[in-house]
Write a protein that binds this ligand. Sequence first.
Ligand SMILES: Nc1ncnc2c1ncn2[C@@H]1O[C@H](COP(=O)(O)OP(=O)(O)OP(=O)(O)O)[C@@H](O)[C@H]1O
Ligand SMILES: [Mg+2]
Length: 664
Amino acid sequence: MGRIRVLSDQVANQIAAGEVVDRPASVVKELLENSLDAGATRIRIEVEAGGRKLIRIADDGQGMNRDDALLAFERHATSKLRSADDLLAIATLGFRGEALPSIASVARVTLQTATVEDPAGTSLEIAGGKILRVEDAALPRGTTIAVSDLFFNTPARRKFLRAEATELAHVTALVTHYALVHPDKHFELVSASHTLLSAPPVARTAERIYQIFGKDTLAQLLPVAAELPLERVGLPEPPPWKKDPNEPPKKPGTLRLSGFYSKPELQKLNRNSIYIFVNKRLIRDRLLLHAITEAYRNVIPPTSSPVVLLFLEMPPEEVDVNVHPAKTEVRFRQQSLVHDFVRDSIRNALVLSRPAAGFLAALDNAPLASPSLMPPAASPLPGSPEAASGNGSIDSTNAAVFELTPKTPPVPARLDFQEAAKGSRHPQILEAAAALLAGTSGSSSASTGALETAAQVEAEQAAANLNHLRSLRPMGQLRESFILATGEDGLWIIDQHVAHERVLFEKILRDREVERVQRQHLLMPLLVELKPAQMVVFARIAEELQQNGFEVEPFGPQTLAIKASPVGLEGAELEQTLAEIIEQAAADPDERPSNQPLIPLRTRIAASIACHSAIKVNTPLDPARMEWLLLELSKTDHPTSCPHGRPIALLYSWKEIQRAFHRI
Ligand SMILES: Nc1ncnc2c1ncn2[C@@H]1O[C@H](COP(=O)(O)OP(=O)(O)OP(=O)(O)O)[C@@H](O)[C@H]1O
Ligand SMILES: [Mg+2]
């Protein structure tokens, strides 16, 4: 007798469940997506014991009739695909016809559903994949699915579940994400009769951000929107026998981007605060993460991450969503086009908006910010690589460790945001998360007051930018280090060293681009001693150094003679710059920690030269020189932060001043 057997449906479903359902949050994800696909406008999610005991989702979507309700639990049964051709243009969140049978094979499920067309609704019960009961019931239109005792029949899986609080945090993160992308729908998340999230419909994403994260977070974010008409390159054509000659050729459509990006002073230690949605589907995508990092290059340090909410819309045939069982990854048909579009849109927005760092905000935002917008334990997507590697739960105190050594098993987090907020250098966001969990945020009242504040925050943001730097009037220096200047919007404090550094940095890169770096010849060559290993590094980068204005020649086995240098670099500074460049190049590329992006040698050289030749602190400047510096700074692409990510100019706004004097 042969040894090969066909698996029973129940076993096949449990295997599929292994891919699709790995924790309560992934059940919530599948059910939530089904509700959204069914056109629901109001979705209520209830969980008990972090979802381990119970997950109940009620929606007001189109519902199912009795036959469909039974079919929904069959493997590969879906209303969303008909033929293989449909796979090329998937417009719904689900399409595999796998979620419900998978969930029903590892939990006890009850379903209540009704449509408007059918006179009676249906109530049915399934446990471990077996239908126990089906009956008619009088129900309103919509669907309620309750999933209890998750993994009751697969103890091995159950063991992998984390503490209730961790699972609850994952569920919260997930619902929050979907609430962000559907501001027009009503979301409610309740855990053991506490309301964790209550977000009534609002008109705009900004208002939803306000409902969920509060005013402080919204104040640090700026809106971005862009679009790009697509060309019909290489789109699959139907075969000739399927082509309808009368049908007009399909339009290639448009690539649209909207969302929010953070001001440079808001920096995160990892990428957990970057949310990417493609056609309203939450995904993790290396390509887009890279595009966002690129957009912020030289604006924030390469080790930091911004906060970005990115919503991309494109014709469904432009993106393949069928590449991951949990549907958390996608593949773009025109990868580099999408990458460059995202990078350039955000970069342009940054250049145009030139957000000024608020004086008080900059105080709070010391370079080490909290690890994520969301409660730290809640950040990774279920089914995403982070979640799989067990990095789902870190607390803010070990975030730095996490950043440097991503493979270290994390310390399990407690879901105690009040505690976390105390220890955090960036309390307001954690507070927002805490409020979110305690149900006390602005969320429960999306009153007109909230909406007004959101609009007001936007208006204030629009005013506080660095576009009118050139019209500032410098008044003098503070300790010969900071320029004080007045403008329409308030009092400005400009760090003279980093301001000049930014000016030089961009100039050096520009000059280098056209191979016109200005050099000065030294009267006497400057001799520098190097270690043998450093000589090797020098040989590797000698040409790039030369292109940047250094004229350096070997002068004996361990000595270099500098004959000319970039303009502005002299004496000890020159020697230090060269040492710094060689030292940095030595650590590159092999010894670089793998989580740090490769920064081109050229950029690092420009940053070093700029830093060492810029006006120092404790240097007196006359009014003409101060004016010159502000003017030059105003011409730069990124007058907001130095190449290392520190703010350049702080604004003590007129509003803040009036408030501080109790005048308003
Ligand atoms: N909340 C709901 N309201 C209305 N119909 C639903 C709902 N949930 C599921 N269905 C129906 O049940 C079918 C099966 O759902 P299931 O989630 O198993 O598959 P899917 O959504 O088609 O694909 P995927 O496995 O990718 O999620 C759906 O195609 C849909 O027709
Ligand atoms: Mg589904």
